[in-house]
Design a protein around this ligand. Structure first.
Ligand code: FE2
Length: 224
């Protein structure tokens, strides 16, 4: 696909974004004003982006070692509460560009983690003030403690079990909000991979050049 392809010409991407819209529009905020505000910001930005019928760029598609677990994650997702999202994601699987955020990634994490964006400044669907994507973890992964400046981040569980800051175990359908500066560390269950959808809201300049503070190595930059 070239730059001339628009969202309405790419129904697989359009329907995937409709799944995100439904999650942030119809799900519950669980009584939290902070989560309610975040959900509204995500859906307002997504609606505005979709109304422009944005360009859909082909980033070529790229795998990482952890994507060997992707088929299992989709299969689990298609059997659970997030089946609509998992099915829509399956339709674009060959076009996803899986990447790493860390400048310096440990060998072990390089085998067990990657993310792909579906909407954002770099595409594939273009938007300057919101990033939507997915992060995939192999079983028994620890994603090191970090925080994001000027960005609020939410995760919605699609498949697998995971925990943040040892505070709870999250199952498909759960939404977790990390506000700007919140320190967070993720661990995943030992039996199956874990697939999370995520949304990043922030100023356009920050989303174009995200600054992530890894608590252990302050110079590292990464996303999610
Ligand atoms: Fe994060």
């Amino acid at each position: 696909m070239g730059a001339s392809v628009r969202l309405t010409d790419a129904p697989d991407w359009l329907y995937l974004l409709r799944e995100f819209d439904a999650l942030y529009r119809y799900g519950s905020a669980g009584g939290s004003a902070a989560i309610r505000g975040h959900r509204k910001r995500v859906r307002d930005r997504l609606s505005a982006a979709m109304a422009k019928n944005p360009a859909v760029l082909s980033n070529g598609g790229e795998t990482k070692p952890v994507t060997a677990h992707f088929a299992r994650a989709l299969d689990l997702g298609e059997r659970g509460a997030m089946q609509g999202m998992a099915r829509a994601l399956r339709e674009v699987r060959d076009s996803l560009t899986w990447e790493y955020g860390y400048e310096k990634l440990s060998k072990s994490l390089a085998q067990k983690y990657a993310y792909c964006e579906v909407l954002g400044p770099k595409g594939p669907v273009q938007c300057d003030n919101l990033i939507l994507g997915f992060v995939l973890f192999a079983p028994s992964t620890t994603y090191p403690q970090h925080s994001h400046s000027d960005i609020e981040e939410s995760y919605i569980s699609i498949a697998g079990a995971w925990s943040e800051n040892n505070a709870a175990v999250f199952a498909p359908g759960s939404l977790i909000l990390n506000r700007s500066g919140d320190e967070h560390r993720i661990t995943t269950g030992d039996r199956d991979p874990c697939l999370l959808a995520y949304a990043w809201c922030g100023p356009a300049a920050r989303l174009a050049a995200p600054d992530m503070k890894l608590t252990a190595t302050r110079k590292a930059r990464a996303r999610s």
